[in-house]
Design a binder for this molecule. Structure first.
Ligand SMILES: [Zn+2]
Length: 390
């Protein structure tokens, strides 16, 4: 009989082996032992279990390093599928990925502005989209493994509870239990910027960074903070609400109840407020303004530069606070490219104390508008890698 500690050690070792196969695939048992420092017989026993569970596959014969040719291992991408959702303020994006995080289906729907639809209506739209994704899933051993959802608000991650999503007008919504009851698979809910950070770390611009900040600049502004390869949630899970740090003493009122919040100057809200002085914005979407700027429209470019400057101010503050290896700017605003990013980088360089001593790359997101949905899928995948015994 094994003690609880021995079982825990075994589980951790198994996670390490699975993770190594995921990152280094194709890889042999001997190589895994070398990379992880685990002894060869431990690796072999754990790989045997993973093979029985169909989480990994033998994928052929590798090069001999002297002696017998090794058998290569890879993860079984088709063991099941994961649904990742980006629940936006005026859209819902759903992706379905395989176990390796490759998108095999996706759909984006536009929704009515949050103030003109109730939470129940929005949840009904979400359920419809999840049902459609499930219908598209090819048959696999495990079917749908789980659903991850990124939401624009403050989340109690452990309880799957949305505490407050001011831009959606939601308070205290137990979204995890609603979706789990409906679909009978594990559901993980996280803040959209946290999901974006995890998405970039697993699949995008942050793969090689141990410490990174992901700044989501869209309808609102938030940050996902990764420290030493782990998402930093803070004492109660509310870390990263930097859109609501005060940057102006007597500034614009914010949906959170405060005034002068950073996101009032550095989000789509600020962009449209700027444009409103020059044109009718009622039917304009952020994608229209991106197109206008790229086509040479001077006012649209100025609007992005204005917002970029303010983004740079906040990014400089964040770099001073966290000293990250890398800052990634995601969500809708960086879609316009250099008009925003150049201004942002210049302002950050000017104001950042830490950047005087070493350069800190500020990149735009590699996953673009998929970062949150892919990160939501990674919430499910990472949980599976953390406890592959089910
Ligand atoms: Zn605020």
């Amino acid at each position: 009989m094994k003690t609880a500690d021995q079982l825990l050690v075994k589980q951790i070792n198994k996670m390490i082996v699975l993770n190594t196969i995921y990152k280094k695939r194709p890889v042999s048992r001997a190589e895994i032992a070398k990379i992880t420092g685990l002894n060869k017989s431990t690796v072999s026993a754990l790989v045997d279990e993973l093979l029985v569970e169909e989480l990994v596959l033998e994928t052929g014969i590798g090069e001999s390093q002297g002696g017998r040719k090794p058998v290569n291992l890879s993860i079984n991408q088709e063991v099941g599928h994961i649904i990742g959702i980006d629940l936006g303020v005026n859209y819902i994006l759903s992706v379905m990925t395989n176990f390796a995080g490759e998108i095999i289906w996706e759909k984006r729907i536009d929704c009515q502005a949050a103030y003109s639809s109730s939470p129940a209506q929005r949840i009904a739209e979400l359920e419809l989209l999840i049902r459609e994704a499930m219908q598209q899933a090819p048959p696999t051993v495990r079917g749908i493994i789980g659903i991850g959802i990124g939401v624009p608000g403050i989340v109690n991650y452990e309880q799957g509870l949305i505490l407050s999503a001011p831009n959606l007008g939601w308070e205290n919504i137990g979204l995890r239990s609603i979706i789990e009851q409906q679909f009978g698979v594990p559901v993980f809910i996280d803040n959209e910027a946290n999901a974006g950070a995890i998405g970039e770390k697993w699949f995008g611009a942050g793969k090689r960074a141990d410490d990174l900040l992901y700044v989501s600049a869209g309808t609102g502004v938030g940050a996902g903070i990764i420290i030493n390869n782990e998402l930093y949630r803070g004492a109660k899970g509310l870390a990263g609400e930097i859109g609501h740090m005060t940057v102006s003493l007597d500034g614009f009122p914010c949906s959170c109840g405060n005034t002068g919040c950073w996101e009032e100057y550095s989000s789509e809200k600020a962009l449209f407020r700027y444009l409103k002085k020059y044109r009718d914005i009622r039917t304009l979407t952020i994608f229209d303004v991106v197109k206008e700027a790229l086509a040479g429209d001077a006012v649209a470019r100025e609007a992005f530069q204005y917002v970029g400057k303010y983004l740079g101010i906040g990014v400089a503050n964040l770099i001073n606070a966290f000293n990250p290896q890398l800052v990634i700017i995601g969500n809708s605003l960086p879609l316009v490219g250099d008009f925003l990013m150049d201004e942002l980088k210049q302002e950050a360089a000017k104001r950042c104390f830490a950047a005087r001593y070493f350069s800190i790359p500020i990149l735009s997101s590699q996953l673009n508008m998929h970062a949150c949905a892919m990160g939501a899928a990674a919430l499910v995948i990472s949980r599976l890698y953390a406890s592959p015994v089910s």
